[in-house]
Design a protein around this ligand. Sequence first.
Ligand SMILES: [Zn+2]
Ligand SMILES: [Zn+2]
Length: 344
Amino acid sequence: MHAALITGKETVELREFADPVPADRGVVVDIAFCGICGTDVHAYQSGKDYNPAICGHEWSGTVSAVGREVKRIGEGDRVVVSIASACGSCAACRQGQASHCQQAFLSAVGRDALAPVHGGFAPRIAVAEQRVIAMNPGLSFEQAAQVEPATVAFHAVRTSHLRLGDTAVVQGGGPIGLATMQWVRAAGAGTVVLIEPNAQRRDLGLALGAHHATEPGEAADALVKELTHGLGADIVYECVGRGFAVQSAVDLARRGGAMCLVGLPEEDAPITVGTWLVKEIRTTSSLAYVREEFEMAMGMMADGRVRVEPLHTSTVGLDGLGAALADLASGVSTQAKVLVDPNL
Ligand SMILES: [Zn+2]
Ligand SMILES: [Zn+2]
């Protein structure tokens, strides 16, 4: 079996692996689709050493084999990749901090004992039973391959300071920004503004429910001021994932407003601390999700409150992964979410 791995700067290799077999508490999943994430693009651009299981961490598929001790999941079940439940025995769990379970975190970043030796850019993958969750039956495999990133955005909004009626700004109209924008709407924001330089993505944002979409810079500043009596936004979600965008999020917020860090920059971010203090900005930062959020997010995707199908702009085979990453890394890509179909 061949899996595609990002093995260095701007390098993708198809490598041969033995056909996966399930561990006693593991399953093998035949992958239907695996999404290309911003993390994969960062790995491709930087050439930094990522755990093999990280690149290709957004997949859906069908369980084709289960280990001897697996009871909860059976062959033929349609599943999405998820995060494990809290283990109950690590230091964080023992202190009652189950949402920050150290074991679940290790497994999510591919550093536990059952971590797969490649990611989801492969026809099959062996993972711990805990790493999969049954697909909501209302979702297609294409939608389900976007459950993981949609749940990242769900967690960011669920843990943020958003209140009913708020004027909310989302910086960045990539897949995470467009999902965040939809959760913000679903969570009851009064006015939602998308800031994004690419006109196609702005149009997509408007089609998905943003009340306004604008370019960054002066146009964005003026629009937010106009909408808020000159005060600034109640809350700003940073989904660009670049260092320069962190301060601009705070600049767009009102005094007493909030900001939420969603995008994960590779580089440090220059900030003007004075503005944060003067404005008394309440900040939340979010990474990944907790297990219960997968079912919540899938339910709201299945009933149409959040739509990911329009974010899916193309599908490639394993041999198209390199070109797709090069395009996404170019900075001028017209793609949003690219899915890899390992059976193409
Ligand atoms: Zn991702
Ligand atoms: Zn734990």
